[in-house]
Design a protein around this ligand. Structure first.
Ligand SMILES: Cc1cc2nc3c(=O)[nH]c(=O)nc-3n(C[C@H](O)[C@H](O)[C@H](O)COP(=O)(O)O)c2cc1C
Length: 234
């Protein structure tokens, strides 16, 4: 799945099949988090994978969202090492970078999950202290995000998004663009270019396959011919 396609089609999943998630897939999700950018590349995060059912049920209870969370066979709790980040970047590190680093790791993990056919939901509304106690998280570490992970048992529609016209300013806050067509046109062109590239790659792959098959059948024909001649000589 290409990145834009994954961004467009990913949804928050809050209903899961009773099917375990393969460890390899969990590994790919974790790898996507590990490779995320971070302030000063300091990577002061940890990922706690929770598979134990009793723990997942307790996590669900301490989250405002409640019990659907427990139906996800895997929870990933993303924590920030506040002490290290604030040592490096002071209050900005603690209040901003710690949050942003974990957010971007979570975002990449959600896309990686989606790419592998898994559903995922970001849960931010949980009792942080209760969660820290449950998972033995020390005071210097702050849980930022819980991701639920599992095979989806629903296909939600995309919740409404604001249109770009209402979000975009040019060269200063509040300067709206009157005719936004050119921005969207570029965007559409990028999409078209990707489609054309994909079609060209498919055409090339088809041609190469035909060539391979043709040369194979040519080889077989000549082998057959040689065999026939040999047999005639005898
Ligand atoms: C910071 C943050 C906190 C969130 N917290 C919760 C939450 O506590 N419970 C929940 O069900 N969804 C939560 N979500 C998921 C959002 O509700 C969801 O992303 C949004 O409705 C858009 O839907 P979509 O993800 O399908 O595009 C959170 C998302 C973010 C980014």
């Amino acid at each position: 799945m290409d990145v834009l396609e994954a961004i467009k089609s990913r949804r928050s999943i809050r209903k899961y099949l009773e099917v375990p998630v393969e460890w390899e897939k969990v590994g790919v999700v974790l790898e996507a988090g590990r490779l995320a950018p971070s302030a000063g590349n300091c990577q002061e995060w940890n990922f706690i994978v929770v598979t134990d059912q009793a723990l997942r049920e307790q996590i669900a209870e301490m989250s405002a969202e409640g019990l659907w969370m427990a139906t996800a066979p895997v929870h990933i709790v993303i924590t920030a090492n506040i002490e290290s980040i604030s040592r490096l970047y002071g209050i900005r590190g603690e209040r901003l970078y710690a949050v942003q680093d974990c957010a971007i790791a979570a975002s990449q993990m959600m896309l990686a999950a989606h790419d592998q056919g898994l559903g995922c939901c970001w849960v931010g509304a949980f009792d942080e202290h209760a969660l820290a106690r449950l998972l033995s998280i020390p005071d210097s570490i702050r849980p930022q995000v819980i991701l639920t992970l599992g095979y989806p048992d629903e296909r939600p529609e995309m919740p409404k998004r604001k249109i770009l016209e209402n979000l975009l300013f040019l060269n200063g806050y509040g300067n709206r663009i009157k005719d936004i067509g050119f921005v969207l046109m570029d965007y559409n062109l990028a999409g078209k270019a990707a489609e054309l590239g994909k079609a060209a790659a498919e055409r090339l792959a088809r041609k190469m396959k035909e060539k391979r098959e043709a040369s194979l059948s040519e080889r077989l024909r000549s082998q057959k011919e040689q065999l026939r001649k040999k047999l005639l000589k005898k």
